[in-house]
Design a protein around this ligand. Structure first.
Ligand code: NAD
Length: 255
Protein backbone atom coordinates (compact mmCIF):
# COMPACT_ATOMS: atom_id res chain seq x y z
CA UNK A 1 0.00 0.00 0.00
CA UNK A 2 1.34 3.44 -0.92
CA UNK A 3 0.05 6.63 0.68
CA UNK A 4 0.63 8.99 -2.22
CA UNK A 5 0.58 12.30 -0.37
CA UNK A 6 3.50 11.24 1.82
CA UNK A 7 5.92 10.81 -1.10
CA UNK A 8 8.70 13.43 -0.89
CA UNK A 9 7.52 14.84 2.45
CA UNK A 10 10.24 15.83 4.93
CA UNK A 11 10.09 14.33 8.41
CA UNK A 12 12.24 14.42 11.54
CA UNK A 13 11.76 11.53 13.97
CA UNK A 14 13.46 11.93 17.34
CA UNK A 15 14.74 8.71 18.87
CA UNK A 16 14.69 6.85 15.58
CA UNK A 17 17.92 4.86 15.92
CA UNK A 18 16.03 2.06 17.72
CA UNK A 19 12.60 0.72 18.61
CA UNK A 20 9.35 2.36 17.58
CA UNK A 21 11.12 5.38 16.06
CA UNK A 22 13.29 3.17 13.85
CA UNK A 23 10.22 1.21 12.69
CA UNK A 24 8.43 4.48 11.90
CA UNK A 25 11.49 5.76 10.00
CA UNK A 26 11.54 2.60 7.88
CA UNK A 27 7.78 2.89 7.31
CA UNK A 28 8.11 6.50 6.18
CA UNK A 29 11.07 5.52 3.99
CA UNK A 30 8.95 2.93 2.22
CA UNK A 31 6.59 5.77 1.29
CA UNK A 32 9.39 7.68 -0.43
CA UNK A 33 9.76 10.28 2.28
CA UNK A 34 12.80 12.35 3.19
CA UNK A 35 13.63 11.17 6.68
CA UNK A 36 15.87 12.80 9.29
CA UNK A 37 16.92 9.88 11.48
CA UNK A 38 17.90 11.09 14.92
CA UNK A 39 20.13 9.32 17.41
CA UNK A 40 22.16 10.15 20.44
CA UNK A 41 24.07 7.33 22.13
CA UNK A 42 23.82 4.77 19.32
CA UNK A 43 24.83 6.47 16.07
CA UNK A 44 25.83 3.21 14.37
CA UNK A 45 22.28 2.06 14.71
CA UNK A 46 21.03 5.43 13.39
CA UNK A 47 23.24 4.99 10.30
CA UNK A 48 21.78 1.50 9.78
CA UNK A 49 18.23 2.86 10.00
CA UNK A 50 19.15 5.55 7.46
CA UNK A 51 20.50 2.84 5.15
CA UNK A 52 17.23 0.91 5.56
CA UNK A 53 15.23 4.06 4.71
CA UNK A 54 17.26 4.52 1.52
CA UNK A 55 16.92 0.84 0.60
CA UNK A 56 13.15 1.18 1.06
CA UNK A 57 13.02 4.04 -1.45
CA UNK A 58 13.29 7.11 0.76
CA UNK A 59 16.00 9.69 1.37
CA UNK A 60 17.73 9.87 4.73
CA UNK A 61 20.04 12.05 6.75
CA UNK A 62 21.35 11.30 10.23
CA UNK A 63 21.39 13.87 13.04
CA UNK A 64 22.69 13.66 16.57
CA UNK A 65 21.38 15.47 19.65
CA UNK A 66 20.71 14.91 23.33
CA UNK A 67 17.06 15.95 23.55
CA UNK A 68 17.38 16.61 27.30
CA UNK A 69 19.23 19.77 26.24
CA UNK A 70 16.83 22.52 25.06
CA UNK A 71 19.43 24.18 22.83
CA UNK A 72 20.22 20.82 21.21
CA UNK A 73 16.52 20.32 20.40
CA UNK A 74 16.38 23.71 18.69
CA UNK A 75 19.51 22.96 16.65
CA UNK A 76 18.22 19.49 15.76
CA UNK A 77 14.97 20.80 14.31
CA UNK A 78 16.78 23.64 12.54
CA UNK A 79 19.26 21.21 10.97
CA UNK A 80 16.45 19.02 9.61
CA UNK A 81 14.54 22.03 8.26
CA UNK A 82 17.60 23.56 6.63
CA UNK A 83 18.77 20.30 5.06
CA UNK A 84 15.38 19.49 3.55
CA UNK A 85 14.35 23.10 2.95
CA UNK A 86 11.14 22.43 4.92
CA UNK A 87 9.71 20.21 7.64
CA UNK A 88 6.34 18.64 6.88
CA UNK A 89 6.21 16.30 9.85
CA UNK A 90 7.87 16.26 13.27
CA UNK A 91 7.64 13.05 15.28
CA UNK A 92 8.55 13.60 18.95
CA UNK A 93 9.37 10.02 19.86
CA UNK A 94 12.56 9.98 21.95
CA UNK A 95 11.76 8.99 25.50
CA UNK A 96 11.95 6.34 28.14
CA UNK A 97 11.36 5.35 31.75
CA UNK A 98 14.98 6.25 32.76
CA UNK A 99 14.73 4.43 36.11
CA UNK A 100 11.94 2.88 38.16
CA UNK A 101 11.62 4.23 41.68
CA UNK A 102 8.94 4.59 44.32
CA UNK A 103 8.13 8.29 44.70
CA UNK A 104 9.23 8.38 48.36
CA UNK A 105 12.76 7.39 47.24
CA UNK A 106 12.88 9.44 44.04
CA UNK A 107 15.49 12.20 43.94
CA UNK A 108 15.06 15.59 42.30
CA UNK A 109 17.67 14.56 39.73
CA UNK A 110 15.48 11.71 38.55
CA UNK A 111 12.48 14.04 38.30
CA UNK A 112 14.53 16.50 36.24
CA UNK A 113 15.85 13.83 33.92
CA UNK A 114 12.51 12.12 33.29
CA UNK A 115 10.80 15.43 32.60
CA UNK A 116 13.65 16.73 30.43
CA UNK A 117 13.67 13.58 28.31
CA UNK A 118 9.96 12.93 27.92
CA UNK A 119 8.19 16.25 28.47
CA UNK A 120 10.50 19.22 27.91
CA UNK A 121 11.97 17.72 24.72
CA UNK A 122 8.49 17.59 23.20
CA UNK A 123 7.96 21.25 24.08
CA UNK A 124 11.42 22.27 22.80
CA UNK A 125 11.25 20.38 19.49
CA UNK A 126 7.66 21.42 18.80
CA UNK A 127 8.38 25.06 19.58
CA UNK A 128 11.37 24.98 17.24
CA UNK A 129 9.32 23.43 14.43
CA UNK A 130 6.37 25.82 14.59
CA UNK A 131 7.91 28.87 12.84
CA UNK A 132 9.03 26.67 9.93
CA UNK A 133 5.62 25.00 9.66
CA UNK A 134 3.78 28.32 9.90
CA UNK A 135 5.88 29.93 7.19
CA UNK A 136 5.50 26.98 4.82
CA UNK A 137 1.71 26.94 5.28
CA UNK A 138 1.20 23.96 7.56
CA UNK A 139 2.58 20.76 9.01
CA UNK A 140 2.00 17.82 11.29
CA UNK A 141 3.34 17.12 14.77
CA UNK A 142 3.00 13.61 16.16
CA UNK A 143 4.26 12.75 19.65
CA UNK A 144 4.73 9.36 21.23
CA UNK A 145 2.91 9.35 24.53
CA UNK A 146 2.01 6.15 26.41
CA UNK A 147 -0.76 4.10 27.91
CA UNK A 148 0.98 5.12 31.15
CA UNK A 149 -0.33 8.67 30.66
CA UNK A 150 -3.82 7.32 31.39
CA UNK A 151 -3.22 4.50 33.87
CA UNK A 152 -0.39 5.98 35.98
CA UNK A 153 2.27 3.58 34.77
CA UNK A 154 3.18 -0.02 35.31
CA UNK A 155 4.69 0.15 38.79
CA UNK A 156 7.35 2.49 40.20
CA UNK A 157 7.14 4.56 37.02
CA UNK A 158 4.97 7.41 38.28
CA UNK A 159 7.33 10.11 37.01
CA UNK A 160 7.42 8.56 33.55
CA UNK A 161 3.62 8.26 33.50
CA UNK A 162 3.27 11.89 34.61
CA UNK A 163 5.74 13.05 31.95
CA UNK A 164 3.66 11.26 29.30
CA UNK A 165 0.57 12.89 30.80
CA UNK A 166 2.25 16.16 29.87
CA UNK A 167 2.72 14.89 26.30
CA UNK A 168 -0.96 14.00 25.93
CA UNK A 169 -2.17 17.33 27.38
CA UNK A 170 0.40 19.30 25.39
CA UNK A 171 -0.89 17.58 22.25
CA UNK A 172 -4.46 18.69 22.89
CA UNK A 173 -3.57 22.25 23.88
CA UNK A 174 -1.13 22.84 21.03
CA UNK A 175 -3.62 21.39 18.54
CA UNK A 176 -6.06 24.15 19.50
CA UNK A 177 -3.40 26.83 19.37
CA UNK A 178 -1.99 26.08 15.92
CA UNK A 179 -4.98 24.74 13.97
CA UNK A 180 -5.34 28.19 12.37
CA UNK A 181 -1.88 27.75 10.83
CA UNK A 182 -2.94 24.45 9.23
CA UNK A 183 -0.78 22.50 11.68
CA UNK A 184 -2.26 19.29 13.06
CA UNK A 185 -0.98 17.95 16.40
CA UNK A 186 -1.69 14.39 17.51
CA UNK A 187 -0.14 11.60 19.55
CA UNK A 188 0.23 7.84 19.52
CA UNK A 189 -0.05 5.96 22.83
CA UNK A 190 1.59 2.54 22.62
CA UNK A 191 0.63 -0.03 25.23
CA UNK A 192 3.02 -2.91 25.93
CA UNK A 193 5.24 -3.12 22.85
CA UNK A 194 7.97 -5.72 22.54
CA UNK A 195 11.45 -4.39 21.75
CA UNK A 196 15.03 -5.56 22.20
CA UNK A 197 16.22 -5.28 25.82
CA UNK A 198 12.74 -4.52 27.13
CA UNK A 199 13.58 -6.38 30.34
CA UNK A 200 16.17 -3.68 31.10
CA UNK A 201 13.39 -1.25 32.03
CA UNK A 202 10.32 -3.47 32.51
CA UNK A 203 10.44 -6.56 34.76
CA UNK A 204 8.95 -9.75 33.29
CA UNK A 205 6.27 -10.01 36.00
CA UNK A 206 4.94 -6.57 35.02
CA UNK A 207 4.73 -7.57 31.38
CA UNK A 208 2.94 -10.80 32.36
CA UNK A 209 0.45 -8.90 34.53
CA UNK A 210 -0.31 -6.51 31.65
CA UNK A 211 -0.77 -9.36 29.19
CA UNK A 212 -3.30 -11.07 31.47
CA UNK A 213 -5.42 -7.91 31.21
CA UNK A 214 -4.88 -7.48 27.46
CA UNK A 215 -7.76 -8.92 25.38
CA UNK A 216 -5.29 -9.83 22.61
CA UNK A 217 -3.12 -11.66 25.20
CA UNK A 218 0.18 -10.57 23.66
CA UNK A 219 2.57 -7.65 23.35
CA UNK A 220 2.42 -5.45 20.27
CA UNK A 221 5.27 -5.42 17.79
CA UNK A 222 7.26 -2.37 16.74
CA UNK A 223 5.83 -2.65 13.23
CA UNK A 224 2.27 -2.66 14.59
CA UNK A 225 2.84 0.89 15.86
CA UNK A 226 3.78 2.28 12.44
CA UNK A 227 0.30 2.48 10.88
CA UNK A 228 -0.91 5.01 13.44
CA UNK A 229 1.98 7.35 12.56
CA UNK A 230 1.42 6.93 8.81
CA UNK A 231 -2.27 7.70 9.27
CA UNK A 232 -1.64 10.82 11.33
CA UNK A 233 1.15 12.02 9.00
CA UNK A 234 -1.02 11.77 5.89
CA UNK A 235 -3.34 14.68 5.08
CA UNK A 236 -5.12 12.37 2.66
CA UNK A 237 -6.04 10.05 5.55
CA UNK A 238 -6.42 12.37 8.54
CA UNK A 239 -6.84 16.01 7.43
CA UNK A 240 -9.68 16.59 9.96
CA UNK A 241 -7.93 14.82 12.85
CA UNK A 242 -6.18 16.96 15.43
CA UNK A 243 -5.72 16.95 19.21
CA UNK A 244 -6.20 13.18 19.32
CA UNK A 245 -4.32 10.36 21.02
CA UNK A 246 -4.46 7.06 19.13
CA UNK A 247 -4.16 4.08 21.46
CA UNK A 248 -2.18 1.09 20.12
CA UNK A 249 -2.55 -1.35 23.01
CA UNK A 250 -4.33 -4.57 22.02
CA UNK A 251 -7.35 -3.46 24.05
CA UNK A 252 -5.50 -3.23 27.38
CA UNK A 253 -7.15 0.10 28.13
CA UNK A 254 -10.20 1.38 26.33
CA UNK A 255 -11.48 5.00 26.43
P1 NAD B 1 13.72 2.70 22.63
O1 NAD B 1 14.54 2.75 23.87
O2 NAD B 1 14.13 1.78 21.56
O3 NAD B 1 13.56 4.15 22.02
C1 NAD B 1 13.80 5.33 22.72
C2 NAD B 1 14.61 6.25 21.82
O4 NAD B 1 14.84 7.49 22.50
C3 NAD B 1 15.98 5.64 21.50
O5 NAD B 1 16.18 5.65 20.12
C4 NAD B 1 16.97 6.55 22.21
O6 NAD B 1 18.15 6.73 21.48
C5 NAD B 1 16.19 7.84 22.32
N1 NAD B 1 16.68 8.62 23.44
C6 NAD B 1 16.68 8.26 24.75
N2 NAD B 1 17.27 9.21 25.48
C7 NAD B 1 17.67 10.19 24.61
C8 NAD B 1 18.32 11.44 24.77
N3 NAD B 1 18.70 11.89 25.96
N4 NAD B 1 18.54 12.18 23.66
C9 NAD B 1 18.16 11.74 22.45
N5 NAD B 1 17.52 10.57 22.24
C10 NAD B 1 17.28 9.81 23.31
O7 NAD B 1 12.25 2.34 23.12
P2 NAD B 1 10.83 2.51 22.41
O8 NAD B 1 9.93 1.59 23.13
O9 NAD B 1 10.94 2.41 20.94
O10 NAD B 1 10.44 3.98 22.84
C11 NAD B 1 10.03 4.96 21.91
C12 NAD B 1 8.97 5.82 22.54
O11 NAD B 1 7.82 5.00 22.80
C13 NAD B 1 9.36 6.43 23.88
O12 NAD B 1 8.88 7.75 23.96
C14 NAD B 1 8.66 5.54 24.87
O13 NAD B 1 8.41 6.20 26.08
C15 NAD B 1 7.39 5.22 24.11
N6 NAD B 1 6.63 4.04 24.57
C16 NAD B 1 7.14 2.79 24.43
C17 NAD B 1 6.38 1.70 24.87
C18 NAD B 1 6.87 0.26 24.75
O14 NAD B 1 6.24 -0.63 25.32
N7 NAD B 1 7.95 -0.02 24.05
C19 NAD B 1 5.12 1.91 25.42
C20 NAD B 1 4.63 3.20 25.53
C21 NAD B 1 5.40 4.27 25.08
Amino acid sequence: MKIDDLVGKAVLITGSSTGIGAAVARGFGSHGMRVAVHGNSNMESAEQVAADVRAAGGEAIVLRADVRDPAACTMLVKAACETFGRLDILVNNAGGVVQRSPIRDAHDDLFEEVMALNARSVFNCSRAALPFMESQGGGVIISTTSLAARNGGGGRSVLYAASKGFVSSFTRGLAKEVARFNIRVNAVAPGVIDKPNKSATTPAHQIDAALRMTPMRRQGTLDECVGAYLYLASDALSSFVTGQVIEVNGGLLMP
